[in-house]
Design a protein around this ligand. Structure first.
Ligand code: PGA
Length: 249
């Protein structure tokens, strides 16, 4: 099976309504309907509706940065995957390292969120990645295997689940992982997915961590890299569209 490329922009907690609309409109305008790769924008939750309006009718899809594991209830401040789907999301990111670190989410919680996303009909982007201390201790492969085993739902399929490899030390630091490090991590994630899941070998695996227009071409050409999860560079339409263009090869 040929795996299509996917470029997702994770805006994190940035932008106000007017900036978000303008950025989304510029991305929609610059990414033509028929052209691969798939492109997703993940704005902060209150911007999902205005960004959805700005990209309506374009080839750009809407995604959220997180969801709750339950479908409704007394969870002040949280947003359910069902509501995300209801307001037009096709994707949801779960288990981003900022959620794992700053909000103490463990693999079991990440898997429960991913399961909620799947149940709501969303495509889930499950993030995994080692810290610098884990890499320096030679634990990278073990950490990635554990996160894949415990964060990716057993019911995950290639059509509804994407894994994002995001080495924590490369996120927002300008320190991009080397092509050899990325290739090694992606191939170990793919082996683990293939071992655990029927469709694991066909699943898209994105790289994230300081992806910029000048390194995107090399990273996206690696055999097991099926796209990118872009933080900082997704806040600038020109940079983001240059990464999208690099994914066309
Ligand atoms: P960055 O963020 O591109 O700013 O490093 C990536 C991410 O956290 O998804």
């Amino acid at each position: 099976m040929t795996r299509e490329k996917l470029i997702a922009g994770n805006w994190k907690m940035n932008g106000l309504t007017a900036d978000g609309r303008a950025l989304a409109a510029a991305v929609a305008e610059g990414h033509h309907r028929t052209a691969a790769p798939a492109v997703v924008l993940c704005p902060p939750a209150p911007l999902l509706v205005p960004v959805g309006q700005a990209i309506a009718g374009s080839a750009v899809a809407l995604g959220a940065q997180d969801c709750h594991a339950k479908s409704s209830g007394a969870f002040t401040g949280d947003v359910s995957a069902r509501l995300l789907a209801d307001v037009g999301c096709r994707y949801v990111i779960v288990g981003h390292s900022e959620r794992r670190t700053l909000h103490g989410e463990d693999d079991g919680q990440v898997r429960a969120k991913a399961e909620a996303g799947l149940a709501a009909g969303l495509i889930v982007i499950v993030c995994v990645g080692e810290t610098l201390a884990e890499r320096e201790a030679g634990q990278t492969a073990a950490v990635l295997e554990r996160q894949v085993d415990e964060s990716v739902p057993r019911a995950a399929m290639a059509v509804n689940t994407v894994v994002a490899y995001e080495p924590v030390w490369a996120i927002g630091t300008g320190k991009v992982a080397s092509p050899a490090q990325v290739a090694e991590a992606h191939s170990s994630i793919r082996r683990r997915l293939a071992r655990n899941l029927t469709a694991g070998a066909d699943m898209q695996i994105l790289y994230g961590g300081s992806v910029k227009p000048d390194n995107a071409g090399v990273l996206l050409a690696l055999p097991d890299v099926d796209g990118a999860l872009v933080g900082g560079a997704s806040l600038d339409a020109r940079q983001f569209l240059a990464i999208v263009a690099a994914a066309r090869g």
